[in-house]
Design a protein around this ligand. Structure first.
Ligand code: GAL
Length: 663
């Protein structure tokens, strides 16, 4: 069943209003709501005293209108009585300041006290709702967050390190603590990488990020264990924060959940404009975490904002964003939030309904979209994505670059996105895979800057190439070992043989300056003659690899910038400099052709095409991400949304959506 819903806060509104909300939801084809993820102070008004009566009544009203419920465990925002009796549960930030009450997500994930209270409320809710016919599943906590730097966290970190390294000798060697005289003789001497401590040892810093990530995974697991034991019929998920959030290894966090959900705000207050190819990367990443379809648990339904506001979603945008999620693998769209709150920090974070609660334009759009999903949902739910292209994303590498970006303008996520955008432009399906993934199904693998390169990862990449894959990797590949120490061999380290090159030297570019490269390979140079590069330039000495492009300027003008090596049945391409669209688009166009990947559809800029498969049936989604009407050329086909037969040049309205099926 396709799930269509809203995040609903009945506790914010008088009880007499609940039936009105439920009726309006039903009329908008809403069949699911998420409740209670911030309701701890209502569910447990004082220590150990539970009150589920109000929530029972709210669920009953919803259930009477055919609406099912996902319950949030409310542990992202502890109640004031807990803060008052146990101030030690509060997180300490990187500056060493202990957070105080008045916001949310302020807890230390290591606090045994907090963990106990969290288990207790989870168990009480689980026991109360395990057999409730309306409750279909659980969301644990809300958007797991930031590391804690308290003394207790430090002790936990030391214990975690003991498990990882076994002996201080191993740790001292791996981190190179001889540098600046940091050789530890007791585990208790090991510090946390607090901001006031200057630039930390890179080994320590990376391990702290791994540890913090593992802490949230462990905190989540305690709730999973309770819910699995008490509520075996209900699913368990958590709402992730897409590609951009990078303080938790999301592959680990996803492992023991039934499916991944995420919160998608294309016009969120931290972004200036709407970047829908970047949103597509969010969806593809979330689908890839478990290689299965996912939910959007919070889909933007209004202006975003706490103290100031973003522009309103333009007419058609909410529908477009929802269909884009489905096109990339969502089986559920749940809007944040049902009605805009009259009070609290998020007064200006708008929902489907305005503060006044009357249906307006956005409600009508949600209703229209709901009608479409209600009609087509069976065809969409559980449909598969079969990507021929993968991008390698490694949280260890992300964590390591956070500490040491290598060059002032370099951002691993931004660089990753710039490659993804070239693939997106050509409408090819992409999985975002982690080290250790079986790569044999992919024709093309792009691995931007795999900085932390373990022997396992290097040999998996080499085997992939030998067995016929096309690997593209880049500058800063193979620089570090697992412990974040620089390798003792010429770069690209363990990949040098596979790539058939060595990096003779590297030249980080001054901010705002760069070089350009000249494509020398015959087929490639038909697509583009040259491209600007910036941020980073590797000077490459080919050792068996063919040169695809050379530098245009400076003391290494004429030297190799991009190379291609043939190994076994495959190819390994090395891109030594950072470029943008002008570099990535011709290169990707050539790589797709060379590796036999067929784009889903050729479209003009800003029109996205993706495919999902329902059994043998191919579903082609064509989305106009542009505000303006755009002409798209289609084969003879049928649009399932409008019921029209289409062929040839079609004028797709701004934000227009087609769902085409040949079967
Ligand atoms: C999300 C969060 C919601 C709400 C929303 C708007 O990140 O999960 O609870 O805060 O942002 O700010």
């Amino acid at each position: 069943m396709f799930r269509y819903g809203a995040d609903y806060y009945p506790e914010h509104w008088p009880e007499e209003r609940w039936p009105v909300d439920a009726r309006l939801m039903q009329e908008a084809h809403i069949n699911t709501v998420r409740l209670a993820e911030f309701a701890w102070s209502r569910l447990e008004p004082s220590d150990g005293n539970y009150d589920f009566a109000w929530l029972d009544r709210a669920i009953e009203v919803l259930h009477d209108h055919g609406i099912d419920v996902v319950l949030g465990t409310p542990t992202a925002s502890p109640p004031p009585w807990l803060a008052q009796s146990h101030p030690e549960i509060y997180r300490v930030d990187e500056q060493g300041r202990r957070l105080t009450y008045g916001n949310r997500r302020e807890y230390c994930p290591h606090s045994p006290t907090y963990r106990e209270f969290a288990r207790r409320i989870t168990l009480a809710m689980a026991e109360h709702y395990a057999d409730h016919p309306a409750v279909i599943g659980w969301q644990i906590d809300n958007e797991f967050g930031d590391p804690c730097y308290c003394e207790l966290s430090r002790q936990e970190f030391q214990v975690w390190l003991q498990h990882q390294y076994g002996s201080l000798h191993n740790l001292n060697t791996a981190w190179g603590t001889i540098f600046w005289s940091h050789v530890y003789t007791e585990w208790s001497q090991i510090p946390l990488p607090v901001a006031t401590g200057g630039v930390p040892n890179p080994g320590l810093e990376l391990d702290f990020k791994r540890f913090s990530s593992a802490s949230y995974v462990g905190f989540q697991q305690e709730q999973i264990d309770i819910l699995r034991a008490v509520c075996p019929k209900q699913f368990i998920t958590h709402n992730f924060m897409g590609f951009t959030y990078d303080r938790i290894d999301y592959y680990d966090l996803a492992r023991n959940l039934d499916f991944v959900s995420w919160d998608n705000y294309p016009r969120g207050f931290w972004r200036e404009g709407v970047d829908l190819p970047a949103v597509a990367l969010g969806h593809d990443t979330m689908r890839s975490l478990k290689r299965q379809s996912f939910w959007v648990m919070e889909e933007q339904a209004g202006h975003a904002g706490w103290t100031t506001m973003t522009p309103a979603p333009r007419p058609g945008e909410i529908r477009l964003w929802s269909w884009q999620a489905v096109a990339h693998g969502a089986d559920a769209i749940v809007y944040f939030r049902w009605r805009t709150s009259r009070f609290g920090t998020e007064q200006y974070w708008h929902g489907i309904l305005e503060h006044h609660g009357q249906p307006t334009r956005r409600y009508a759009e949600v209703q229209q979209t709901g009608e479409e999903f209600a009609r087509l949902g069976d065809l969409l739910t559980g449909a598969e994505t079969r990507a021929q292209v993968a991008m390698l994303m490694d949280y260890d590498t992300r964590f390591a670059f956070q500490g040491q970006p290598n060059q002032a303008e370099f951002s691993y996520p931004a660089y990753f996105l710039s490659w993804y955008k070239a693939l997106h432009r050509f409408n090819v399906g992409v999985d975002i895979v982690k080290p250790g993934t079986n790569l044999s199904g992919y024709k093309l693998l792009i691995a931007p800057a795999p900085y932390i390169l373990t022997p396992d990862l290097a040999s998996s990449l080499e085997n992939y190439v030998r067995n016929g894959g096309t690997l593209v990797t880049t500058f800063r590949a193979g620089v570090k070992d697992y412990f974040n120490a620089v390798v003792e061999r010429p770069l690209p380290g363990l990949l040098a043989d596979t790539l058939g090159i060595v990096v003779e030297e590297y030249d980080p570019q001054p901010v705002g300056q760069g070089n350009h490269i000249i494509f020398s390979h015959r087929e490639l140079s038909r697509l583009a003659s040259s491209a600007p590069v910036r941020v980073w330039c590797d000077v490459i000495e080919p050792r068996g690899a063919e040169v695809l492009a050379t530098y245009g300027e400076g003391y290494y003008a004429g030297r190799a910038a991009i190379t291609l090596n043939r190994v076994g049945a495959g190819r390994a391409v090395y891109v030594g400099a950072l470029g943008d669209t002008e570099l990535h688009e011709p290169l990707v166009a050539w790589l797709l052709a060379a590796s036999g990947v067929e784009p889903v559809l050729e479209t003009p800029p800003g029109v996205e095409a993706t495919v999902r498969w329902q059994g043998g049936r191919r579903l082609l989604f064509v989305l106009n991400l542009n505000a303006e009407a755009t002409t798209v050329r289609l084969p003879a086909t049928h649009d399932l949304i409008s019921g029209r037969d289409l062929a040839g040049d079609i004028l797709l309205p701004g934000y227009g959506v087609l769902l085409l099926s040949e079967g």
